[in-house]
Ligand binder design. Structure first.
Ligand code: SF4
Length: 476
């Protein structure tokens, strides 16, 4: 059985797309391997959110070229956002590359790879026919003809109608899986000046509600108890494709439909945008108890002047008022966010407005990014680019503020009982278990993975190290 190795860079959406690609290989007789050196096909799902992410993928693919010296038939391919934005330019950067597949063609990756691999092995078989004396064909091929292996140079970055509906299957798991990502849409119609997602992921395209509910039902049958609905801008899901019903947006209709799935305990979603974040979505948190008490709500900046330069068409008072309404609707709500620090033209005053906003909302956590230029984005051409030193100074200030807030909030949970969905062995310490509260806080505790994974547990919180809670499950 041929082996495929898939490496993923970037966001949860990339993780989800890679899983769909992996599933296609698995159901066509390939084995998924975590060991790149034994793979017959090597694929990288790329991210373009920052130049650094692209350099990492290029470096990794470059390094893995050495495997062709031993195994000349190996097929190399790039998928995802960098593949979409750079296309066949990548063949110059990586001479051993065979395949470049864009973000609307994940469902074609398998056939492209299989065609190249089959042809390569068949060609070699023919050549070897006359020469082979003993052993396995592949090994024979490697030794005899590697200098004649030609890069296949297949590139497919075209748009494809309905491609969003191809991200729907999951890899059957041997161990119990408590949580899963469900892609509800692809693309984004916004045009934030620092972001290339609209160019790499295309226009917003939503999947039908019935298909998503069917996928969730299937996951629950497999033991999943929590789903995270994924999209670049989830609250605008279906705004151009599906009608409002009784004043409710397609996204709220979707939440209600997923909420009806028996056996599902929890629903999360990421990421919403202040634009289109209306009262029907706020109200949903008052009557859909499976909706977790957490939203990841990107703020990006606390300064209206900078939001304007970012082409985020709202004022911060709108962001703050949504946060207030959400906390009123769900008092134990946790809010986390994304912040870009050091955006071109950001003054000390703008920066202080971001600090004030952080404190006003009291985020439970935030992902803080120093602004970095993205090729072909308007912000990259803007005047007032800040020095790395200023960006880093401001970055450190925000990190300290966030650490103080997170540590204080988590310390207040010591002595309380929290409902935790057990996700299995802890990634940092396999001898212990981990899970998350409804507020998306990680909790570490002792127990039996086979019996507890996928269970909603009552955990007595006994300690906190700032970002992680520790406790003991209450055995009923
Ligand atoms: S909302 Fe803005 S930052 Fe988010 S994906 Fe769309 S363009 Fe990019």
């Amino acid at each position: 059985m041929p082996k495929v190795f898939i490496k993923t860079y970037g966001c949860q959406m990339n993780e989800r797309d890679s899983e769909q690609v992996a599933r296609t290989f698995a159901e066509n007789g390939y084995t998924l391997t975590p060991r790149e050196q034994e793979a017959d096909a090597i694929l990288i799902n790329t991210c373009s959110v920052r130049d650094q992410a692209e350099q990492k993928a290029l470096g990794k693919m470059g390094m893995m070229g050495k495997y062709r010296e031993e195994r000349a038939h190996v097929v190399y391919g790039f998928m995802g956002c960098m593949a979409q934005s750079r296309g066949d330019e990548l063949f110059q950067r990586v001479p051993h590359l065979d395949l470049v597949v864009g973000t609307q063609k994940y469902h074609r990756v398998f056939e492209y790879v299989d065609q190249i691999l089959t042809r390569r092995l068949r060609t070699r078989m023919d050549e070897v026919g006359a020469e082979m004396v003993t052993g396995r064909v592949e090994d024979e091929v490697v030794k005899i003809n590697q200098d004649r292996v030609i890069s296949a140079r297949v590139v497919d970055t075209a748009e494809e109608e309905g491609s969003q509906n191809t991200i729907r299957d999951h890899i059957p798991r041997t161990d119990r899986q408590a949580t899963a990502f469900v892609s509800i849409m692809q693309g984004c119609n916004m045009r934030c000046s620092f972001c290339i997602v609209p160019d790499t992921r295309g226009k917003e395209r939503g999947r039908p509600i019935a298909d998503i509910v069917e996928e969730v039902r299937h996951l629950v049958d497999q033991g999943v108890r929590e789903v995270t609905l994924l999209g670049q801008i989830v609250n605008l899901y279906g705004r151009t494709e599906f009608p409002k019903i009784n004043g409710k947006s397609p996204f709220v209709q979707l939440l209600e439909a997923v909420h009806e799935v028996d056996g599902l305990h929890r629903i999360r979603f990421t990421s919403p945008h202040p634009i289109g974040y209306r009262d029907d979505l706020v109200a949903a948190f008052t009557y859909l108890p499976k909706l977790c008490s957490h939203i990841h709500f990107p703020m990006q900046s606390g300064s209206d002047r900078i939001l304007k330069k970012m082409r985020r068409p709202y004022k911060n008072e709108k962001f703050l008022s949504i946060c207030e309404k959400m906390k009123a609707a769900r008092p134990d709500l946790a809010i986390t966010t994304d912040i870009i620090v050091g955006f071109p033209g950001e003054t000390e005053e703008d920066f202080q407005e971001t600090v004030a906003c952080m404190k006003a909302v009291g985020f439970d956590n935030s992902f803080i990014f120093r602004y970095s230029k993205r090729k072909d984005t308007p912000a990259a051409e803007m005047e007032g680019q800040l020095s790395e030193q200023v960006k880093e100074e401001r970055n450190q200030i925000l990190l300290r503020i966030q650490e103080e807030m997170t540590t204080a909030k988590n310390a207040r949970l010591i002595g309380t009982r929290q409902q935790v969905l057990c996700e299995g062995p802890s990634k940092s310490n396999k001898s212990r278990l981990s899970g998350r509260t409804g507020q998306n806080k990680i909790v570490i505790f002792d127990g039996e993975a086979a019996r507890m994974t996928g269970e909603l547990l009552e955990v007595q919180v006994e300690d906190s190290t700032g970002y992680t809670l520790y406790g003991t499950p209450m055995i009923h």
